[in-house]
Ligand binder design. Structure first.
Ligand code: DUC
Ligand code: ZN
Ligand code: ZN
Length: 467
């Protein structure tokens, strides 16, 4: 009997701190040895010329999430996790949305049922708290945090989701008491409502005006307020999907003052601008997401936030809708105003290639920063044990990358459920060529070889508690 099930030979391994040539040996789904000339294995995978990286962890994706009357997300758990695997990911953290009045466990039951037997990569859930009632805060949430649902998201905008400052403080207090980590969507709801009404009255209803309805000050003010509320309770938070310098500088200032504020940015803020929402007819709807893409200077600020470590997380905010579909971007109501265009864009498959090509390839970040921003920091921040690095004892969640493979992003080459990609035509150098989940290939030689349902639900520990 061979000592190992599989050995990945002759590749260049990168972790969040080091890059080195090594063979990686796998036994029973875990990394069992890292060394030179390991040959005693049932299967030898030649990784000459390839990078051996931890599988990507995308801690911000929306899958099968209810999105308003008549609107349907373009991905279910099968298609989203298939796309994730092709994009070099081995773990996703989608949201479990609590509808108003719904017990949290009832919401979780629904999402687990959707995900069970459907996933190609591992997953866990963040809870979206839409209704922080006394029983949710007093009993339901503490019990769920103890059960490993140790992170949640709250919103400062959207009808039916926006929490008052009083409610936010209540959620943060429970997070402090239980050790849960709270993500905050920081945009000022009343300001957006006011600006949207004014734009509509002026006949400015095209998708382009989505950006004008939520300018930078809307995000900066809410970011500042979220940080202040977290400071009052003395609890860490994550400001998700940061799009511009002013919000980034709010986070930097808080970090400089010693507050534990995590920052996340996403591909759309590095490579898209509000001009993309200018398309003819409804084409601009393809780029409508919140916060909206800004301008070139904002892109530069988001790069700076990554380069200088203000942001520790790079996620896709995959929130996919079909374009040419009345249940998607072309909902009839969307033609009457940008207000009704579903917010969100697909990106789980393109997140890693975009950051690799634009970041590592163009010398903006190191390969080790890439690994940290796309895998290791997600595991540490959200309490995911034994994942997010190439280390002995860790799950063999591995992506093999060809750093020289060049191809344009194109809808025809993607595997998500959407009928378009907002990143169409972007030239990428460096693609994942194989993805392995707990020692078994999910994607190899451009083919899906993993079994549907092989992705498991994983219980997380306390955020930040992983060494
Ligand atoms: N927030 C998200 O995190 N994703 C999509 C839309 C939104 O507002
Ligand atoms: Zn959000
Ligand atoms: Zn999101």
């Amino acid at each position: 009997m061979a000592a190992f099930d599989t050995v990945i030979r002759n590749g260049t391994v990168a972790t969040a701190s080091d890059t080195f040539k090594a063979d990686v040996a796998i036994r029973q789904g875990r990394i069992a040895a890292i060394g030179e000339a390991i040959t005693d294995a049932d299967e030898i995978v030649d990784a000459s010329g390839l990078l051996v990286l931890p599988g990507g962890i995308d801690s911000h994706v929306h899958i099968s999430q209810p999105s308003g009357p008549g609107i349907v997300m373009a991905d279910d758990f099968e298609s989203a996790t298939r796309a994730a695997a092709f994009g070099g990911n081995t773990f996703v953290m989608p949201y479990c949305l609590q509808e108003k009045g719904q017990p949290l466990r009832a919401a979780l039951k629904d999402y687990h049922a959707l995900a069970e037997q459907a996933c190609y990569v591992d997953h866990s859930f963040h809870l979206i708290i839409a209704d922080p009632s006394d029983s949710v805060l007093g009993q339901e949430l503490p019990a769920l945090v103890a059960d490993g649902y140790s992170s949640l998201k709250i919103f400062m905008t959207y009808q039916d989701l926006a929490l008052s400052d009083y409610e936010i403080l209540g959620v943060l207090q429970v997070a402090r008491e239980t050790g849960a980590l709270v993500q905050i969507h920081a945009e000022n709801y009343d300001a957006i409502r006011f600006l949207t009404d004014r734009l509509e009255r002026a006949g400015k209803i095209a998708p382009y005006y989505h950006g004008k309805s939520r300018p930078i000050a809307v995000e900066r003010e809410a970011t500042h307020r979220a940080i202040s509320l977290a400071e009052l309770i003395d609890v860490p938070i994550v400001i998700v999907h940061v799009s511009n310098r002013e919000a980034m500088e709010e986070i930097r200032r808080a970090q400089t003052r010693g507050l534990k504020i995590h920052g996340e940015t996403c591909p759309q803020y590095l490579v898209l601008t509000e001009e993309d929402m200018q398309g003819l007819n409804m084409e601009g709807a393809k780029y409508v997401c919140s916060p909206p893409p800004r301008d070139k200077a904002s892109q530069g600020a988001c790069w700076e936030g990554l380069e200088q470590g203000v942001f520790s997380l790079f996620s896709s905010d995959h929130c996919p809708f079909r374009y040419d579909d009345e249940a998607g971007k072309l909902t009839p109501k969307g033609r009457t105003s940008f207000r009704w265009v579903p917010n969100g864009i697909p990106g789980v498959e393109t997140r890693l290639p975009i950051l690799f090509s634009e970041g590592v390839g163009k010398g903006r970040i190191s390969l080790n920063q890439f690994v940290a921003f796309t895998a290791t920091n997600h595991a540490k921040t959200y309490g995911l044990k034994g994942k997010g690095s190439i280390a002995i004892g860790y799950d063999a969640d591995i992506a093999l990358w060809d750093p020289n493979k060049t191809a344009k992003i194109s809808q025809s080459g993607l595997h998500h459920g959407s009928d378009y990609t907002p990143y169409e035509g972007i030239e990428i150098t460096g693609w994942p060529v194989a993805t392995m989940l707990r020692g078994k290939f999910v994607v190899r030689d451009g083919q899906l070889v993993g079994a549907k349902g092989s992705g498991r639900y994983v219980t997380r520990g306390k955020p930040g508690a992983v060494a």
